[in-house]
Design a protein around this ligand. Structure first.
Ligand code: ADP
Length: 364
């Protein structure tokens, strides 16, 4: 059966079409720069229409009816969604309720979902949430030590993101190590433009670095990661910045870009560092140091770790850069394996969609 995966982001729609249960990729593509001049799509409705046009012309599908199920990436599922969910009117409403938690991402995800619900003959559409995998994190790890009323009133807590990727890596590592997930303790580090790291005990996320939003934790391409909030107040006061301006600085102008002043892309930062640029070197040192600090903390919390898994554009392609991290893990915990495991979030979404499809069919 064919499963279409839609990742409807704020300015792009990525798609992959799979043949299941073979898990083979039939087609993939991206509609870029939605709403910008020169784009194929003025909005997400046109974007989805363009995806359908491409699939029908490129993938030799005669009709949309050949697509048995559609899996949608949804960034924020709040506390409501602990696993993937078949989409109906109530689920759409509940995703809408999570907009306050992810004002940039959830509306774009929803725009894709809503149009797909109109145009696809299949009713089998599944929402897969970035936050769901982390819903197993205990309260002592997800509650921030601020007045408790802010959790009760506004649901301010750690949620964690990249869950689909961490889950995919954990399952793949179990296959690599030929052991059931229930017998493994893992640390998975998703190091891409966004970076997050997760401690996984017996297949369950027990700690993760991203927080209420994807801003917390490791240093990233343009995001600061952890920073003393009082430092933020200090900068805002001195430069008389609005909340929106400061938000932009921390989310879009920090990380590799902010420290190096060169680029958010590690490849460019590495090139500059190789030519002797001191700030580029410093940016890399900060990144590596913070990664070590988190791995150290999670090693300590888990007690014994079978493998540390590196993934994402940075994790998969920079073995020499990450060698000091690997050496340190080996020194502290000699039995822990350090693995490079390529991620595929869309395949994980397709797998989860397939599992729900089969479960539903059996239940009928
Ligand atoms: P995203 O998080 O947007 O999916 P990626 O997972 O591709 O992005 O990660 C982007 C980061 O990975 C960039 O910092 C980039 O420098 C790095 N990266 C991607 N591919 C390579 C490569 N072939 N060699 C070195 N670094 C890479």
């Amino acid at each position: 059966m064919n499963i279409l995966v839609i990742n409807s982001g704020s300015s792009s729609i990525k798609y992959k079409l799979f043949d299941f249960p073979k898990e083979s990729l039939i087609d993939k593509g991206e509609i870029e720069k939605i709403g910008e001049k020169g784009s194929k799509a003025k909005n997400h409705t046109q974007g989805i229409d363009e995806v359908i046009k491409r699939i029908l012309s490129k993938s030799k599908l005669t009709s949309l009816e050949n697509i048995a199920a559609v899996g949608h990436r949804v960034v924020h599922g709040g506390e409501k969604f602990k696993q993937p969910h078949l989409i109906d009117k109530l689920v759409v409403k509940q995703i809408e309720e999570c907009i306050t938690l992810a004002p940039l991402h959830n509306p774009a995800n929803l725009a894709g979902i809503k149009h797909c619900l109109k145009v696809f003959p299949t009713n089998f559409q599944v929402a897969v949430f970035d936050t769901a995998f982390h819903q197993t994190i205990p309260d002592y790890s997800y509650i921030y030590p601020i007045p408790y009323k802010y959790y009760k009133k506004y649901k301010v807590r750690k949620y964690g993101f990249h869950g689909t990727s961490h889950q995919f890596i954990a399952q793949k590592t179990a296959r690599i190590l030929k052991k059931p997930l229930s017998k493994l303790r893992l640390i998975t580090a998703h190091l891409g433009n966004g970076c997050s790291i997760t401690a996984i005990n017996q297949g369950k996320s027990v700690a993760t670095s991203m927080g209420f939003t994807p801003l917390e934790g490791l240093m990233m391409g343009t995001r600061s990661g952890d920073i003393d909030t009082a430092a933020v107040f200090n900068i805002m006061k001195k430069d008389k910045l609005t909340i929106e301006q400061m938000d932009k600085i921390l989310n879009k102008q920090s990380g590799f870009l902010g420290v190096s002043g060169i680029s958010n892309d590690l490849r460019n930062v590495r090139k500059a560092a190789a030519k002797g640029n001191q700030r580029a070197k410093l940016a890399i040192e900060i990144f590596i140091n913070r990664l070590k600090e988190y791995i150290g903390a999670y090693l300590f919390c888990l007690g014994k770790v079978d493998a540390v898994c590196l993934t994402g554009g940075i994790g998969e392609n920079n073995p020499e850069l990450l060698k000091p991290v690997k050496n340190q893990i080996k020194k502290i915990s000699p039995k822990t394996k350090v693995l490079t495991v390529p991620t595929d979030e869309e395949l994980m979404i397709a797998k989860l969609t397939y599992q729900l499809f089969i479960k539903n069919k059996r239940g009928k």
